[in-house]
Design a binder for this molecule. Structure first.
Ligand SMILES: [Zn+2]
Ligand SMILES: [Zn+2]
Length: 103
């Protein structure tokens, strides 16, 4: 883009938090040339089933709610937004019963 006033090449400038094209003569191309910077929010969706067969899951001294077995695998998932507390899942080592617990 060139300056309609003096014909120089317009340079991107940061004016008042906005990115505009400006010229050394003082001309500013505002409005339609504003560069919009969008922050993409990547939504992470993790499914419970992906974790269920993970052999690296830590084992906790936690009694199974179904059979009473004292050892359960556990993992945490950030289910909704980052502001919310993660949900903890448990899976019985013995009967494979899986349940979740909210903090
Ligand atoms: Zn100019
Ligand atoms: Zn169990």
């Amino acid at each position: 883009m060139f300056c309609p006033k003096c014909g120089s090449i317009l340079m991107p400038k940061n004016i008042g938090g906005k990115r505009v094209l400006g010229c050394s003569c003082g001309y500013k191309a505002e409005g339609d040339v504003t560069i919009k910077e969008e922050v993409k929010h990547v939504k992470k969706e993790v499914h419970v089933l992906e974790n269920e067969n993970d052999p690296t899951l830590p084992l906790a001294d936690y009694a199974c709610k179904k059979c009473g077995h004292p050892k359960c695998f556990f993992w945490e998932l950030q289910t909704r937004s980052a502001d919310e507390a993660p949900t903890r899942f448990y899976k019985c080592e013995k009967c494979k019963h899986t349940w979740r617990e909210y903090k």
